[in-house]
Design a protein around this ligand. Structure first.
Ligand SMILES: [Zn+2]
Ligand SMILES: [Zn+2]
Length: 346
């Protein structure tokens, strides 16, 4: 049984009709390993095959790093309680003090990648990442984790981000091991407009980051539910289907897929309805988030399939839509103004 099947069968967090399903925690042994396999599956014949294969190598070293990660400090019981009371995530991406373990891990990931065959441009990025000082790495991390793109070195960003992903996944696993779970209703104590509150279903209850994409999940009782996958700590949290992850509106949501754009008018409806990856677009706020259907392809991975469907981003951005999802492996597009990013805490 998969983790979600077990969670569903156990009724964890499924406290009766209408209760939201529990968080789905990443699994140490598979979260990056399965991404690596998916990237290798998607690469052959893809226009970005070299990039996807490099990302597969990166996921491979992320997997190795997570298997033997150093013990890192976690919030104590009092800090967890304070965060719950304030409606704040316990491991906020922007504020949680980063243990030096993440830099140690990054440097060993870079060393491991040096042994891999790869295009020259990617090797240059590896060399550059290997030369960054502790201070420079911390500054890059600050930029990536606060969503302030000014000052981000785009060449080394995927490597820095990969190490941060492993670090926050380790933190999330530690929180899970302590039995932490967001307390329903705790956010109501938060000041109005507090953006990182767990009540804000569009950001991660664990670290406050935006999702990469949403995934439908089908388990016996939980057919057709969907979860959003955190771009940083790999936790998945529930959001009702057909709801904008940016503004929470429901009515103005519609779906766009590449199949719809490419197929003839007569065959388009059927093929679009079968698309594994769609853009869930909101005409209210003008944002979209990709939705990936596991019931149509069981091997879907939020990060991998997002990277492999960039043409879908081009399609919907031509229509003026803004991306809600964040993929730390590929930062692109016009960043939000820094003032807004910091105000929203994203
Ligand atoms: Zn998170
Ligand atoms: Zn919206």
């Amino acid at each position: 049984m998969s983790a979600e099947a077990i969670a569903a069968a156990a009724g964890e967090g499924d406290g009766g009709l209408g209760a939201p399903p529990a968080l789905i925690w990443p699994e140490r042994g598979s979260v990056f390993a399965e991404r690596q396999m998916r990237l290798r599956q998607l690469a052959p014949g893809h226009a970005m095959d070299d990039f996807l294969l490099f990302m597969a190598e990166l996921a491979q070293v992320q997997h190795a790093a997570l298997q033997a990660y150093a013990e890192v400090p976690l919030p104590d019981a009092a800090a967890l309680e304070r965060a719950q009371q304030a409606g704040l995530p316990p491991l906020p991406a922007a504020d949680w003090p980063r243990d030096a373990a993440w830099r140690v891990s990054l440097r060993s990931m870079v060393q491991a990648l040096r042994r891999v065959d790869m295009p020259e441009g990617m090797r240059a990025a590896l060399d550059a990442a290997g030369r960054l000082s502790d201070d420079a790495l911390e500054r890059q991390a600050d930029c990536l984790l606060t969503g302030v793109m000014h000052g981000v070195d785009l060449a080394t960003a995927p490597l820095v981000a990969a190490a941060l992903q492993v670090h926050w996944t380790q933190l999330a696993l530690g929180l899970h091991a302590r039995g932490w779970r967001p307390r329903p209703g705790a956010a109501s104590a938060a000041p109005a407009g507090r953006p990182l509150a767990p009540a804000d279903a569009g950001s991660c209850p664990c670290c406050g980051s935006r999702p990469t994409a949403s995934l439908t999940r089908s388990t016996g009782r939980a057919s057709g539910q969907r979860v959003l996958q955190c771009s940083l700590c790999s936790v998945q949290w529930p959001l009702p289907r057909i709801q904008c992850a940016h503004c929470m509106a429901t009515e103005p949501v519609y779906y766009q897929s590449l199949e719809l754009a490419q197929a003839g008018a007569d065959e388009s409806a059927g093929r679009a309805a079968q698309a594994v990856v769609q853009a869930e677009c909101c005409s209210d706020c003008g944002h979209y988030l990709k939705i990936m259907h596991r019931d149509r392809d069981a091997f879907v991975d939020a990060v991998a399939d997002d990277l492999a469907t960039l043409t879908l981003d081009l399609l919907v951005s031509e229509a003026g839509m803004q991306r809600h999802g964040v993929n730390l492996m590929l930062l692109f597009g016009e960043p939000e103004p820094a003032s807004q990013a910091s105000r929203e805490g994203r």
